[in-house]
Design a protein around this ligand. Structure first.
Ligand code: GLU
Length: 469
């Protein structure tokens, strides 16, 4: 290989960005960045039904979110496979001229019939020596040579394929259009790709592709097939069963930094005690040779733990910034006029320690902005369905009407009111919390009450008393 390595990421647009694809892209990116190489983005868009411009934009946006930016000098592209059909056909014709490919006019039925008669499945090479030229309905097939094809894979090791098990595969369809396998190789050749790092599902295609590289007179690239991602039942992640869209994790408030770090640890681990490490360390240490070749468990609990840690590692200002889309988006239950940034700032630290994803933020603070809390019916009926709950609501209201107004004093007041009724603090504060916030869980209560102010708190306790007392 001459010059700096050239990696590539070659997604077929599907309308969403699979987390497995994100990991493959990150592996390529880490390697391109460490080696001073290039990351080529090629959109494999030859399936016309899937050729939608917004899907390409989705890929570019998803890559940018995980730190793979078009503005980085290591980034090249995007190229679009559909624009190179002419090159694909020309290469196929060269292979034909050189005797590496031949035309065949058998219909699928005829092929099947022959296979039935011979007892050997697949295409039997019937037209190899018939000397047919191109023509309507004639496919161009690759003449697979005899012997053994050895794929040296950086992740899987040495993988041997007996050529007799590889049928003479089709390069051009009967209508002259190129097959995916051909297009994929020709693009890699002309984009001077030196390393093909991709999903394991492409390994069975690799001997065919390697044979094509060789027939075209090129040294094949370095291959690396990264293991599939599996769910808790050890089944391959699928979009029907599992949450696989990167965009969905983003919308749920996973941080890009946590996602990047987590994805890189699927099948690989940085050196040292912890897997939670900055990108710079990942980039320095990541090696394909260290990638484990067994399936990697996409563990949602572990991802959540990563995200929580990343959230807690942010400075207060970073956290407040990161929360903005969740505080000012279209889905929030309060109006723009009701939102008070200074109140959120005062609450932010209490929230930051309690959440796993940023999408949990609104429900922890909504009661601070709304005139009345959003009532969770189950919390209400549970809390106020008991005599203790109502009694505590009443005496809590009395205590809070006259105590000093700071978190410490509020806590003592509720504690004292509770113990007069024989209730521990946990039980005593629940009715107050539910009346004020609408829910049984939330941020630390007394700090929240202090911020909300006596008038608002008493108003809410009164409203609950009117309903239940
Ligand atoms: N376009 C193929 C896919 O999305 C990738 C092929 C490759 O990486 O060689 O599965």
């Amino acid at each position: 290989m001459l010059g700096a390595p050239r990696f590539r990421f070659a997604p077929s647009p599907t309308g969403f960005f699979h987390v497995g694809g994100a990991r493959t892209a990150l592996y390529n990116w880490a390697l391109a960045k460490r080696t001073g190489g290039t990351f080529v983005l090629r959109i494999e868009d030859t399936d016309e039904a899937r050729n939608q411009p917004e899907w390409t934009q989705g890929i570019i946006d998803a890559l940018a979110w995980i730190g793979i930016s078009r503005d980085d000098p290591a980034f090249e592209g995007p190229y679009f496979q559909s624009q190179y059909a002419g090159e694909h056909v020309a290469a196929a014709e060269r292979l034909h001229a050189a005797g590496h490919a031949y035309y065949c006019d058998l219909t699928p039925d005829q092929i099947q019939e022959r296979a039935k008669q011979s007892g050997k499945p697949g295409y039997d090479g019937y037209s190899r020596d018939r000397g047919l030229g191109p023509g309507p309905g004639r496919v161009l097939r690759f003449r697979v040579p005899e012997g053994v094809t050895v794929v040296n894979d950086l992740v899987r090791g040495r993988v041997e394929f007996q050529n007799e098990t590889i049928e003479d595969f089709v390069l051009l369809r009967g209508n002259g259009s190129p097959m995916f396998l051909l297009a994929n190789v020709i693009d890699d050749v002309s984009m001077r790709v030196s390393h093909v790092v991709r999903a394991e599902e492409h390994l069975p295609n690799t001997p065919k592709q390697q044979l094509l590289w060789q027939a075209l007179g090129h040294e094949p690239p370095v291959w690396a097939h990264v293991p599939v991602l599996v769910n808790e039942q050890r089944k391959k992640l699928s979009k029907r069963r599992d949450k696989v869209a990167l965009e969905q994790y983003r919308a749920e408030g996973y941080l890009a930094s946590a996602m990047i770090n987590y994805l890189m640890t699927l099948g690989w681990a940085p050196q040292g005690e912890t897997e939670i490490v900055p990108w710079s360390k990942i980039q320095d240490e990541f090696r394909l040779e260290d990638v484990n070749h067994s399936p990697a468990f996409f563990d949602l609990k572990k991802l959540a733990a990563f995200n929580g840690e990343y959230i807690r590692a942010m400075s207060l200002d970073q956290f407040i910034d990161a929360c903005q889309p969740w505080l000012t988006g279209a889905d929030v239950p309060w109006t723009a006029a009701q939102y008070r940034p200074e109140i959120f700032r005062a609450m932010a630290e209490l929230v930051q320690t309690r959440i796993v994803t940023l999408s949990e933020v609104p429900q922890l603070v909504d009661f601070m902005f709304l005139d009345a809390p959003l009532v969770d019916e189950t919390s209400w009926s549970k809390t106020f369905g008991s005599a203790d709950g109502i009694a505590m609501l009443r005496s809590g209201r009395e205590a809070l009407a006259s105590c000093d107004w700071n978190a410490e004093a509020l806590k003592s007041a509720v504690e004292a009111a509770g113990s007069a009724l024989g209730l521990k603090l946990g039980k005593a504060q629940a009715p107050v919390r539910v009346a004020v916030t609408g829910r049984t869980v939330g941020p630390p209560l007394f700090e929240a009450l202090e911020l909300l102010g006596r008038d608002a708190v008493l108003k809410r306790l009164d409203a609950a008393l009117t309903s239940f007392g």
